[in-house]
Structures are given as C-alpha cells and as structure tokens.
Ligand binder design. Structure first.
Ligand SMILES: *Cc1c(COP(=O)(O)O)cnc(C)c1O
Length: 334
C-alpha cells in the first residue's frame, strides 16, 4: 500500500518522492537555465524551469505517468480514458503508448482536426461524442463503468499532483537560493504539487500562482470560498481554461494552503511575454507558460529577494497564433 492510499485526505512529501522513483524510467529530468535578461530586468537571479522540453511539450506527462504507473496489472490491461484534448490528453496518450496500454480519448465533434490527428499519432482511440466537452466527460465515465477503463483526471488526483510535484524536487536541487516559484495556475495540480514539495523543504519559499485575467476559475473560487463555475473566454493562455470541479477534493484546499500570492495577467501582457521570449531568448512557449514571464516583466512579484524560478509549463501553440503575436509585437517595437 502506498502512502497516498494510507492517508487519503492529506498528501505528504513522501508521495512526491515515491512519484519521482516511479516515473524516473519514463520521464527525463528537465533543465533549469538562468535568464540573464530577465535577471537584469528585476535585479534578482531568474531561472527558467524548462518543462517545454518533454517530448509532448508540457509538464503533464509527469502526473499522467505517475498515475498510470500506479495502476494494477488488471487495471492496465483494461486501459485508461480521458476527455482532455489539450496537454493532459496528449500526455495520457503518450504514456499509455510507451507502456503498451490502451488509451481512449473522448472528444466532442467540435475538436479541431489538427488535435485529433496528433492524438491519433500517439495511437489513442478516439471516441467522438456529442458537441460539448461535457458530453465527452459523461461518455468517459460510462466507459469506466462499462469496460472498467480508468479515467485519468487532469489535476484533482493525488497521483497526478505528486507527479507534478517532482518539478519542485528538481528546483530544490538545482537552485540553492530558491526563494520564489512562479507557477501557471488552472486546476491547480501543478501548483499543489510544487507547493507541497518546496514548502515541505523550506516553508519560507514563496509560491505565486499566475492566471489570465479572464475566466480565472481557481482565483474566483478562492475568493468565493468554494469552487465556482465561470464561462470560458478567448485567451492566449488556453491551457489555463476549464473549471476546477464543483466537488474538488485536493487541489482547491492545497492551493489555498500553499499559494502565497496570485497574479492575473491581461491578454496584451501574455502576448508581449510570448513575443519577448521569442525575440530576446529565441524560445517559443504557449500563452499559459508566458503568464509567468509576464508576471516578471511587469514586476508583479511582490516579494523582492532571493532567486526566482519560473515554470515554463508548455510550448504547444499554433503557428498562426505565434504569427499574429509576433506581427503585433513588431508593429509596436520596431
Ligand atoms: C495544464 C497546464 C497548466 C496548469 O496546470 P494545472 O495543474 O491545471 O493548474 C499550465 N500550463 C500548461 C502548459 C498546462 O498544460
């Protein structure tokens, strides 16, 4: 029995160590680099944790790998299911393929073909159901009941949280004077895991969550004192969209416990962050990851001492979006 099953209501740092051991054969440690240009901007050492270098281009393989590797032989034989078409869906399909496990991705008929094609390249079985994300979710749980597939939750699962938390362990090893971590925030699996890992080592390390200004569900939920539902809006940080679940079990209380500060970023600043990183760093990242860069560039981190780590959470962005972001940037900065 693992530590998580023993004590379900409370995650421990040991869960993150177990995750690290479990995923290490499958998931490579990612580099940390110092950004001299960002360091000069704010007069502190700024480090970038490059979670964009995973084969699927985002950190979500860590959580997906920890969850899938923790399944029993029986469960693995029956297979896994997800209804995410974003980075989580890709991560589940990728890990399942590596382990020779059957993965079903339930999607609505509105999901763009490019996304369906990349899921198919990872050998995922696609089930098209209805015309909404909700219908896809319902179908996913039907598959669980009917065929015994295990639904892999995108964030509100202790194994997923512990998997994302392995990033925190790597930060502690690579940045001795770490005092701030800037974490893109949506459902809160990433922030919960990193918060658990770094604060168990040093409660003085500050954790700042960053979201887009529009449809920041975790932020509004914390304000309301309970999970709330918001309509989704157009945003460059599309990976940060989505609810936190009205019966959220883990990430809502964990974000409340571990997050010191939350910063909301307007769309223009997300765009500027993306363009700045391409221009000055020759690095491409998706809008979700650029929220952390925007928080640094806009000097929105309240605390002012010690080393800062920014989690570059992913790089999956359409070239058409990159194109329009760059075009706008050049029209202003030439
Ligand atoms: C999922 C995701 C996030 C947010 O992670 P949560 O655990 O949902 O808070 C941030 N950035 C990228 C690129 C993501 O795919």
């Amino acid at each position: 029995m693992t530590a998580i099953q023993r004590k379900k209501e409370l995650m421990k740092i040991r869960d993150v160590w177990e995750a690290r051991q479990r995923i290490s054969p499958l998931i490579k440690r990612t580099p940390v680099i110092q950004s001299s240009i960002l360091s000069e901007k704010i007069g502190r050492n700024v480090y970038l944790k490059l979670e964009n270098v995973h084969e699927v281009g985002a950190f979500k393989v860590r959580g997906a790998a920890n969850k899938i590797l923790s399944l029993s032989e029986e469960e693995r034989k029956r297979g896994v299911a997800t209804y995410s078409t974003g980075n989580h869906g890709m991560a589940v399909a990728y890990v399942a393929k590596k382990l020779g496990i059957n993965a079903v991705v339930c999607i609505s008929n509105r999901v763009p073909k490019a996304k369906v094609d990349s899921l198919k390249r990872l050998d995922a079985h696609i089930e098209i159901v209805g015309d909404s994300q909700d219908a896809a979710g319902v179908r996913c749980y039907e598959l669980e009941r009917e065929r015994g597939l295990t639904v892999i939750e995108p964030f509100d699962d202790p194994y997923v949280i512990a998997g994302q938390g392995t990033i925190g362990l790597e930060l502690l090893e690579d940045i001795p004077n770490l005092s701030d971590v800037i974490v893109p925030l949506s459902g809160g699996g990433l922030l919960s895991g990193i918060g658990l890992a770094v604060k168990s080592n040093d409660p003085g390390i500050r954790v700042t969550g960053v979201s887009m200004e529009k449809s920041a569900v975790m932020y509004e939920s914390l304000k309301a004192g309970k999970p709330v539902v918001l309509p989704e809006s157009e945003t460059l940080a599309d990976s940060l969209l989505g609810g936190i679940g009205l019966d959220n079990q883990y990430t809502f209380p964990m974000v409340r416990k571990y997050m010191d500060e939350v910063v909301l970023i307007p769309e223009e600043e997300i765009a500027f962050g993306m363009a700045f990183m391409m221009d000055k760093h020759r690095m491409m990242m998706e809008g979700a990851a650029a929220t952390g860069i925007a928080a640094i560039l806009g000097n929105k981190i309240l605390h002012q001492e010690g080393d800062v780590a920014v989690i570059i959470s992913g790089q999956n962005v359409d070239l058409s979006i990159v194109h329009s972001v760059i075009e706008k940037y050049l029209s202003i900065h030439k």
